[in-house]
Design a binder for this molecule. Structure first.
Ligand code: SGN
Ligand code: CA
Length: 516
């Protein structure tokens, strides 16, 4: 009898020991939170030098960790950007090339599946926008498509649709906190919070309406770009002047009914606040009877005010998450990264929207806090890309990058394990529809950028970013640039071969002088 008792005791202690080891291992591995917003421009973030707005919570992440000054995306549009993040592969490899025809193949491997296989508890909440349902994630609750700002629907794991009263950014944060509160505490976690803000049509929470009404936003120097020498830039359909609509984008309801689907979702209290804010602006616009540059500049100011107010709603909810981590003793062992799915034009070249390989949309804000691993206050000037994010998160969890992933962890660059960053970045944008941006691919080095447009416009562009950071002077074909161009073309071909982008390869193989 006592022998049986003894072996039970032994078994029990063994069990407890294993549980203890398991729990402490779980403790050591960091938790991961990725906050991914939509269309949030670095020009709208004070940590990136924006002077006319404050984003204290995004700034806090940067201050307590690292600000990536040269973070870029491989394909500047929503669905493709998320697919690149998930898979660690370029669009032509993960299959989600554009928002128009692509559906994400959820059977393929993702960084989040890899984390789950290594014992992480995983969740994705909020914007997803990949057409098919999430796969291989423990918990998800996502917006259908672009989602709605007010009283949004969410797709639940059992495929039912649940409408939740309130403002999307706040609800998404509420759901993230709910999930954190009920998670399995014996495991480390990875939570992705996908925010709809600051996507078109830039509708802020009611409490943020009018927050920037006293600010007169500086007009970008190239607001009145005439696109000379840049055919693809000339034929686009994304100007504040012609494409941005008074009724739809700027919410002047008497100008058009297009905003109706968004406002008709509002409850009477929300709608009353909306009308109380936009009604008088609309009345004053009518009374002013503006035209020409006066009207365009009026549109620009109201675009900026709505956009920045929506950004303020976003920043406040990021702050709530940081506070939750503080209050629940999670801050120390959690990597937090904030980024947008791409950049955005805030009037540069006269535009809103994204897509182009020009800096404002190619580049994305990205800040990361990783206590104990990354010193506070670092500013990184190395080239990093969204294709590197999955590998970096796996690296943080002590998992090596799966062979099929094309990105590489950027953690060594900011933990000083290594200093060998990439010297050049490869970009490829495919969509050929809304906003009429021609498909294009290209290379950016420290100083130069070479872009090849195709399908809609057939043209090359070359920029000296040191002399012309706003990308106004296309140097392609200009005297004295032939050698440089040949060199850049050579580097571009190498990247195309390295990433196995046959579509781009085919375009180049038809070039005069091509050896292929
Ligand atoms: C919508 C917007 C476009 C925007 C795309 C892509 N039009 O189609 O302005 O470029 O999304 O955005 S809207 O009338 O529906 O607002 S993305 O964030 O999904 O890439
Ligand atoms: Ca986007």
């Amino acid at each position: 009898m006592s022998e049986i008792k003894q072996s039970w005791k032994l078994l029990l202690s063994l069990f407890l020991l294993t549980a203890l080891i398991h729990a402490s291992y779980a403790q050591q591995r960091p938790n991961i939170i990725v906050l991914i917003s939509d269309d949030h421009a670095y020009q709208a973030i004070s940590a990136y030098g924006a002077k006319q707005v404050r984003t204290p919570n995004i700034d806090r992440i940067a201050r307590e960790g690292v600000l990536f000054n040269k973070a870029y995306v491989t394909n500047s549009i929503c669905g493709p950007s998320r697919a690149v993040f998930l898979t660690g592969k370029y669009s032509h490899k993960n299959g989600f090339k554009d928002n128009e025809h692509s559906r994400f193949n959820g059977d393929q491997h993702t960084f989040i599946k890899e984390l789950k296989q290594h014992g992480y508890q995983t969740a994705w909440i909020g914007k997803w926008h990949l057409e098919t349902k999430p796969q291989g994630i423990d918990f998800w609750q996502v917006l259908p498509g672009q989602g709605s700002y007010y009283n949004p629907d969410f797709i639940m794991m059992d495929s039912s649709v649940k409408r939740i009263e309130g403002y999307a950014t706040t609800i998404t944060e509420d759901l993230a906190e709910d999930w954190l509160a009920q998670r399995d505490r014996s495991k480390p976690f990875c939570l992705v919070v996908g925010h709809k803000a600051t996507h078109r049509t830039w509708i802020p929470d009611t409490s943020d309406l009018g927050s920037f009404d006293s600010v007169n936003f500086d007009l970008p120097k190239n607001f009145y770009d005439n696109y000379s020498g840049r055919e693809a830039a000339r034929v686009q359909d994304m100007t504040i002047d012609k494409t941005m609509l008074l009724g739809y984008d700027l919410k002047m309801l008497s100008y058009s009914k297009a905003m109706e689907p968004a406002v008709s979702r509002m409850n009477p209290a929300q709608r009353a606040k909306f009308d109380a804010y936009y009604g008088p602006i609309e009345a004053s616009l009518k009374a002013a009877n503006l035209s020409g540059r006066k009207l365009v500049e009026w549109k620009y100011q109201h675009y900026m005010r709505d956009y920045m107010s929506t950004g303020q709603s976003l920043d406040r909810n990021i702050g709530r998450l940081l506070k939750y981590l503080d209050a629940n003793e999670l801050a120390k062992n959690t990597l937090v990264i904030y980024m947008s799915d791409q950049g955005f034009y805030l009037g540069e070249h006269g535009w809103f929207d994204k897509r182009f390989m020009y800096e404002e949309s190619f580049r994305t804000p990205m800040v990361m806090r990783f206590p104990g691993k990354v010193q506070p206050g670092i500013v990184s000037n190395d080239f990093v890309m969204n294709v590197d994010l999955g590998p970096a998160l796996l690296d943080a969890a002590g998992i090596s990058t799966p062979a099929e992933m094309q990105g590489r962890s950027f953690l060594p660059l900011v933990t000083k394990r290594s200093t060998s960053a990439r010297k050049a970045m490869y970009y490829h944008y495919y969509e050929n529809g809304e906003h009429a941006v021609s498909p294009h691919f290209g290379i950016r080095t420290e100083r130069y950028k070479l872009i090849r447009f195709y399908k809609r416009v057939e043209a090359w562009e070359l920029y000296d970013l040191q002399k012309d950071p706003s990308e106004m002077h296309n140097l392609f074909g200009k005297k004295g640039y032939q050698k440089l161009t040949e060199n850049l073309k050579g580097q571009l071909r190498k990247l195309i071969a390295k990433y196995e982008d046959s579509e781009a390869g085919l375009v180049l193989s038809t070039e005069p002088g091509s050896t292929k």
